[in-house]
Design a protein around this ligand. Structure first.
Ligand SMILES: Cc1cc2nc3c(=O)[nH]c(=O)nc-3n(C[C@H](O)[C@H](O)[C@H](O)COP(=O)(O)O)c2cc1C
Length: 212
């Protein structure tokens, strides 16, 4: 195994270093975030730094890069407090990736990529019709991270759409059964398959398999 020190990593070319560091924290919850501005112009962008923060209350966070780098989603959430998160499946992964391009604030990534906005009574922000797993959030808190000018955006879960077949009798949602993808780094997308599930671990007790 090769040992890299951070001093060595810092000496690398910017793009090589970015790819390396972006990959090393592991596979991520890549999704499309749908928002609107004050005039109801739709915006859609791909995000992968999305994390479960707690089940009760149900809170989900994501990291927004510095404002200059990723401005529109953040500004729209600040003004409307509402956003949707939509999982990505193989059928539209290329279009999903394309939403990361720097479009003008008045240009909708829905129009530019051909993805379909889905407007519902429960959310001001559009869902992505093509997505098989979607949910809406209400903004709770935006926490600036001083060290690198990024933001932790915390939302509470409001509405969830998921195919019934994916929800197992104990509430576990088998996302691989509906083809949700995962990502690595800033441009790698992976299919998923369930390896195993285990019972709640207790000291000195071998966990039981739950998946067979
Ligand atoms: C696979 C992938 C994952 C990304 N994840 C994030 C992320 O977690 N946070 C972020 O701020 N930008 C992320 N980006 C970059 C945004 O998609 C990009 O900056 C986009 O233009 C932001 O759009 P907006 O200004 O409409 O919000 C990611 C890009 C790709 C390709």
């Amino acid at each position: 195994m090769k040992h890299y020190t951070i001093e060595e990593v810092k000496s690398w070319d910017r793009f090589y270093r970015g790819n390396f560091i972006n990959s090393i924290s592991g596979f991520k919850s890549v999704s499309l975030i749908g928002t609107v501005d004050q005039d109801n112009n739709a915006n859609l962008a791909i995000f992968s730094n999305i994390v479960h923060l707690g089940a009760d209350p149900a809170l989900i966070g994501f990291i927004n890069r510095p404002r200059e780098a990723s401005p529109h989603t953040l500004a729209n959430i600040e003004s409307t407090h509402c956003y949707t998160i939509n999982h990505i499946q193989e059928e539209f992964v290329e279009k999903a990736h394309q939403t990361s391009a720097k479009y003008d604030s008045k240009e909708s990534e829905f129009d530019k990529t051909g993805l379909t906005p889905l407007w519902t009574d429960d959310s001001k922000a559009p869902y992505v019709k093509e997505s098989k797993v979607r949910y809406a959030l209400e903004l709770q808190e935006i926490i600036p991270l001083k060290k690198n000018n990024t933001f932790l955006v915390v939302g509470s879960l409001k509405d969830i759409y998921v195919p019934k077949v994916a929800v197992q009798p104990d509430g576990f949602v088998d996302l691989s059964s509906v083809g949700t993808l995962t990502s690595l780094g800033l441009d790698g997308y992976y299919k998923t398959s369930l390896l195993s599930r285990y019972s709640y671990a207790k000291p000195n007790l071998q966990p039981a398999r739950l998946d067979n």
